[in-house]
Design a protein around this ligand. Structure first.
Ligand code: GRF
Length: 190
């Protein structure tokens, strides 16, 4: 049995998509727990519906105590997945889990990454710069936002008339298609 732990700060549609994918396609992968830093995040409702554990933690617990670190160490996950998680991982957790923490970014890194580059901020910047294409990047997490080694990228065209919302839809579509499959590869092909 492979164990995954997911972190999310918002809607959690990727969390839901990943959990459903493994429920439907591969019962040897289990989501041990979902962790969130927002007490009213939609991801909590999704976890309730999916019948998986979701725990909320605050800044103090994350950065000043070992509560989350110990939880991860005790869970022994095969992969830690950041799916729309907006806080920086503490360095000690990164060091405890080398090559086991991955993130998804809604653009083609190294472009449009870094602090403040999340959600619609990214898609707005892509539109303002008249980029002919955008996409997703799945990468390992290191000490700097969006700078870890790239594992996978997929692209989609951006047309002049595309709104920010339309770009977001295209990018989410790529995420739903490729994130679970990339996770599966990382879990079983190494
Ligand atoms: C996704 O676009 C992901 O790339 C980014 O945050 C968004 C999360 O969306 N890191 P959701 O919460 O999974 O719906």
């Amino acid at each position: 049995m492979k164990k995954i732990v997911l972190f999310a700060s918002g809607s959690g549609s990727n969390v839901e998509n990943i959990v459903r994918y493994f429920q439907e396609n591969n019962s040897s992968v289990i989501a041990s727990v979902v962790l969130t830093n927002k007490s009213d995040a939609k991801v909590i409702d999704r976890c309730n519906r999916l019948n998986i554990s979701c725990l909320y933690f605050n800044k103090n617990a994350f950065y000043k105590t070992n509560v989350i670190r110990d939880l991860l160490i005790n869970t022994k996950p095969d992969l830690i997945i950041l799916a729309g998680f907006l806080w920086k991982m503490p360095e000690n957790i990164i060091q405890d889990f080398p090559t086991k923490i991955i993130n998804i970014h809604p653009a083609l890194l190294p472009k449009y990454g870094g602090k403040g580059m999340y959600g619609n901020n990214v898609h707005k910047a892509v539109k303002e710069n008249n980029e002919p294409e955008t996409g997703i990047t799945i990468h390992y997490v290191n000490e700097n936002y969006d700078e870890g080694a790239i594992i996978f990228q997929a692209k989609t065209p951006v047309f002049e008339n595309d709104s920010v919302a339309e770009i977001a839809v295209k990018v989410h579509k790529l995420e739903y298609e490729h994130f679970p499959r990339t996770i599966k590869k990382l879990l079983f092909d190494n």
